[in-house]
Design a protein around this ligand. Structure first.
Ligand code: ADP
Ligand code: MG
Length: 573
């Protein structure tokens, strides 16, 4: 085929594909336009997951009658005029492509009126062509209705998913904007039913309750921090939002939500910064629930990386990374509560029956749910100032748990997990200073290492840095001459096996894992009787750790049963 210039309709449809991938992309572009137009209330309506219809209604500034056609022209925008403006974008839109793209691949009707016009304007386009224009009565603001997306692009239509799937994409998107703009009132009407609504109170916490429910919201900690002076080349970076306490976690990263200057972004670096902050606090393979807005000087972010603006580039990405990591870490260490034992969870039936008797009728499902939640609600989790309260050791249970009294009740301490935390922090400190204190064994130990690959000179050096002096002794057998001092009485071959087993991954990560293994195999075991002195010493040292409430694997080191819970259980209150 000879080269030829594509007819404009074909070119327009191809270009539209970059912006409009699915119904949720239409919702995104329209909602962003409403936000940019200064709307206070944004109503979204969808049918068949947006495939049949998407409608966005706002009370924003509207479009003047004589600019309505222009709004649909490609690269026409009221939000920027020169290339220089690109460096300090403060609106969500600026590429002037959205309405043109949507109009190329759907049937679009727009009704709009500005404050100083007596009548509104209606315009309807099909496949980029204006087919109707009229004056009409309309409240101030804009209503855009998009019908039959991709009706004229069969290749794209084929790729749309089920109503349920497309609907899910839309509701996730709407909840994200609601979280980024808590001062705006959002509602999503899906297949004729209210699927989501935010109050516009201005408080992100209220939106969190709407999105995740009260139970989850109660387990979120507020993050608020500002870093940097904004002068002398140092960016001013502020981080605000909420992060889940370590005992609340999810199986995937879907609940990490980030906004940069209130624009939702997908950014691996930000996700990584958060995971770093939770390091050793969460069980393996679990992820937190996080909603964070990062404010940076707009001149230091490039939002024009992708047509959908989902990705951004930071000019000072290390500084952003550090600010996020630090803000989250700080919040977790300061505010994470000690998990409470909640006996009511175990016996809700009796409680519910008591309630029902009291009311003389059966409880509805909602009432039941509330009833089960009650104890937690009545008693807000007290914030512990990072450290543990003073604890008085009373004894040991099952040769595994230390029982202690604190100012507000009873504490159970997992002796192994607690000791692991103590030893791990000690190892970290030693590493930071001059390396570990290695202890030579009086008699070298021979170990058989069930290891798949050959152990190199380099591996042996890495081991030496941890305090292991190991020499090959032929075949799979090795001679251990020295070990990290704390491991002397621990399970040397188990620790060494684990340390070598995790070799091969990234060195930094490996060292971290190796330290955890050493701590784990040096710590007192479950099932080991401890004297009162030993228990007191353990608790005293736990109090001194930086993160006393979890072991380095992320399990809790202690549980609490409050005095109020005890009173309730014994029927004293
Ligand atoms: P962009 O948002 O990148 O400027 P769009 O194609 O989305 O490009 O919109 C084109 C223009 O139409 C906007 O710059 C704005 O002036 C106007 N516009 C679009 N939607 C609205 C709305 N809901 N209220 C007021 N003006 C709007
Ligand atoms: Mg736009």
């Amino acid at each position: 085929m000879p080269i030829r210039v594509l007819p404009p309709e074909v070119a327009a449809k191809i270009a539209a594909g970059e912006v409009v991938e699915r119904p949720a992309s239409v919702v995104k572009e329209l909602v962003e336009n409403s936000i940019d137009a200064g709307a206070k209330e944004i109503k979204i309506e969808v049918r068949q997951g947006g495939k049949r219809l998407v409608r966005v209604i706002d009370d924003g500034m509207g479009i003047p009658a004589d600019e309505v056609e222009l709004a649909f022209a490609r690269y026409s925008t009221s939000k920027l005029a020169t290339v220089d403006d690109l460096s300090h974008i403060s609106t969500l839109g600026f590429r002037g492509e959205a309405l043109a793209s949507i109009a190329a691949v759907a049937q679009v009707t727009l009704v709009t009126r500005t404050a100083d016009e007596p009548m509104g304007t209606l315009i309807r386009l099909e496949g980029s062509k204006v087919i109707r224009r009229a004056k009409t009565g309309s409240p101030r603001g804009t209503v855009v209705t998009v019908e039959n997306l991709f009706y004229n692009v069969p290749a794209r239509l084929k790729f749309l998913r089920s109503t349920v799937t497309e609907g899910k994409h839309i509701s996730r998107l709407v909840t994200r904007y609601a979280m980024a703009y808590p001062e705006l009132r959002f509602s999503l009407l899906s297949e004729g039913r209210i699927a989501f609504r935010s109050t516009g109170s201005g408080d992100l916490y209220d939106v969190l309750i709407e999105v995740y429910g009260l139970e989850v919201a109660k387990q979120m900690l507020r993050v608020a921090s500002a870093e940097g002076s904004g002068t002398a080349g140092q960016a001013k970076i502020s981080v605000h939002g909420y992060v889940s306490i370590p005992s609340l976690h999810r199986a995937n990263r879907d609940h990490l939500t980030f906004f940069v200057n209130r624009r939702w972004v997908q950014d691996r670096m930000l996700a990584y910064a958060v995971e770093e902050a939770y390091h050793t606090l969460l069980p393996k393979g679990r992820h937190p629930v996080v909603v964070l807005n990062i404010e940076v000087d707009p001149t230091l972010v490039d939002v024009n990386v992708h047509p959908t603006k989902r990705e951004v580039r930071f000019l000072q990405s290390e500084a952003v990374f550090a600010a996020v990591q630090k803000a989250v870490r700080h919040t977790l260490i300061e505010g994470a509560p000690i998990p409470t034992i909640s006996p009511f969870r175990v016996l809700p039936v009796e409680r519910l029956e008591r309630r029902e008797k009291l009311r003389g009728r059966r409880l509805s499902r909602v009432e039941m749910a509330l009833e089960v939640q009650r104890p937690a609600e009545e008693r807000p989790i007290p914030r512990m100032e990072g450290k543990l309260p003073p604890l008085r050791v009373l004894g040991q249970i099952a040769q595994t748990y230390i029982i202690a009294e604190g100012p507000d009740g009873m504490y159970l301490i997992d002796q192994h997990a607690a000791h692991e935390r103590i030893l791990y922090e000690r190892l970290l400190a030693a590493q930071r200073q001059k390396g570990p204190i290695s202890q030579t064994l009086l008699e070298p130990l021979t170990v058989e290492l069930p290891f798949q690959r050959e152990i190199t000179e380099e591996d042996l050096n890495a081991l030496a840095e941890l305090g292991f002096k190991v020499e090959p002794f032929g075949g799979q057998t090795y001679l251990v001459r020295a070990v990290p001092a704390m491991l002397k009485r621990g399970d040397i071959s188990a620790a060494l096996g684990e340390v070598l087993g995790s070799l091969g991954t990234n060195r930094e990560e490996w060292r971290e894992k190796a330290l955890i293994s050493i701590a784990c195999h040096s710590a007192v075991r479950a099932g080991q009787a401890l004297t009162e002195e030993e228990m007191k010493e353990l608790v005293r040292q736990l109090e001194k750790t930086e993160i006393p409430r979890t072991c380095p694997h992320g399990r809790p080191t202690l549980l609490r049963l409050t005095k109020a819970q005890l009173e309730r259980e014994f029927g004293r209150r």
